[in-house]
Design a protein around this ligand. Structure first.
Ligand SMILES: Cc1ncc(COP(=O)(O)O)c(C=O)c1O
Length: 414
């Protein structure tokens, strides 16, 4: 039985007040809060077995290494990867995409090759390809959207040609909350001879993912968006792809042998993990995965869907609210982006903040999408496993306060 009130007890920060009001945290797509078990696990590492990994034969070094490597296995299981060699620790989804861009793209792409991305991508799935295109002369094509914000699959199929070498696409849009049909996209791309990178930054925290069933070539995600610490991310890659990729960072721990003239890389995944890793981060992430497994992703997903459905209904009753993306909850996950009348999103967010409510306001690292929508910024409320309908009610009430402030002529121009 999913008891959100019991779950909230696990999160120390949810007991704090902001501006004298209980915190209502609706900025989960930016980063999620951490349960005490994750925070304690990180402290425990530093207090009880702090040591570097893969080097020292002493007790602490062995213990830290064992736990670090166990987490790799737990993450492999979490996404049903065939084995833990397919799991590379990075510092986040952004670094994972860059690792593919440079480790794979720089080696295998040539002038005239094409990469297909979409108009709803986060900057981290646009900019690395632009940087690579300057270097290699490759072309980036954007799949357009339908009127409701969903991906135009007809256009996608038309843009996919024998020149397309990679399709890199988000599973869930961090602005529209739309869940893309990635199985269909992967199958279609494979038939056209392209490999597929799935940006799972917004989906892996809430949707059970099976990389083998999906036949995904690469999957990237970040620990901090799923109860874990910042500075830790994952690159999942098929073994043969990882084998042929070049490492990005040369240094300690990523080699088998170093001579004065040449070096031999370590096996995967270690050849991608040069230098001392974020050991505490990995260990904390392991605890976050355990916490999510105990709750069950399918229950978390259901909880988020119920909250989004409730919030959509309430928002749609407010005069002057413009919601981006579909207004039916079956097409979206835990994210609702909106604008309120012509009030600047920063003003909306500032007034909500006075009520203890944290939302995101801005371009949300998706400027091409905002340009397409004809806006420079939006407000975003995003939910996670600890949010409640009562919090949504407070959020809706606070929007009424925003309206009152601006009704009284206090508008500032930005
Ligand atoms: C869809 C999507 N992709 C990638 C990222 C980048 O994640 P990180 O900043 O953890 O590297 C984000 C972060 O908001 C995101 O929402």
């Amino acid at each position: 039985m999913y008891n959100v009130y019991r779950i909230r007890e696990d999160f120390p920060i949810l007991k704090t007040t902001i501006n004298g009001k209980p915190l209502i945290y609706l900025d989960n797509s930016a980063t999620t809060q951490k349960p005490a078990v994750v925070i304690d696990t990180i402290c425990e590492y530093y207090k009880q077995y702090n040591a570097n990994i893969h080097r020292s034969v002493h007790y602490l070094g062995v213990k830290a290494t064992e736990i670090y490597e166990k987490v790799r296995g737990d993450i492999a299981k979490f996404i049903n990867a065939p084995n833990s060699n397919c799991i590379v620790f990075t510092k986040g989804a952004t670094e994972s995409i860059n690792l593919v861009a440079y480790g794979w793209g720089r080696k295998f792409l040539k002038e005239g090759d094409e990469i297909l991305i979409t108009l709803m991508e986060h900057h981290s799935n646009i900019v690395p390809w632009q940087m690579l295109s300057i270097e290699k002369g490759i072309k980036i094509k954007f799949v357009p959207l339908n009127d409701d914000g969903s991906l135009n699959l007809t256009a996608f199929k038309e843009l996919l040609t024998e020149r397309t070498k990679l399709v890199s696409i988000t599973h869930v849009s961090n602005v529209l909350g739309i869940i893309n049909p990635i199985k269909e996209i992967i199958d279609t791309s494979h038939k056209a001879g392209a490999i597929v990178l799935i940006d799972g930054a917004q989906s892996v925290p809430s949707i059970p993912i099976d990389v083998q069933n999906l036949d995904a070539d690469f999957l990237v995600f970040s620990a901090h968006k799923m109860l874990g610490p910042t500075g830790i991310g994952i690159l999942y890659g098929k073994e043969d792809l990882l084998e042929e990729m070049d490492p990005l960072l040369g240094g300690g721990d990523m080699i088998k042998k170093v001579t004065k003239d040449y070096s031999v890389w370590a096996d995967i995944p270690y050849k991608f993990e040069g230098g001392t890793q974020n050991i505490a981060g990995v260990i904390g992430f392991g605890k976050a995965i355990e916490y999510l497994n105990n709750l069950g992703l399918e229950h978390i997903y259901k909880h988020e869907k119920t909250l989004v459905s409730y919030t959509l209904k309430r928002l749609l009753n407010i005069d002057g609210i413009k919601i981006y993306g579909p207004t039916t909850e079956n097409l979206r996950l835990n994210i609702i982006s909106f604008n309120y009348k012509d009030i600047h999103p920063h003003d909306v967010a500032t007034i909500l903040d006075r009520e203890g409510i944290a939302i995101r306001a801005g371009h949300q690292c998706a400027q091409p999408l905002h340009s397409y929508l004809g806006i420079s910024a939006s407000c975003r409320a995003s939910f996670y496993l600890y949010n409640t309908e009562e919090e949504v009610d407070k959020f809706i009430e606070a929007l009424e306060k925003v309206n009152m402030v601006f009704k009284n002529g206090n508008r500032r121009t930005i």
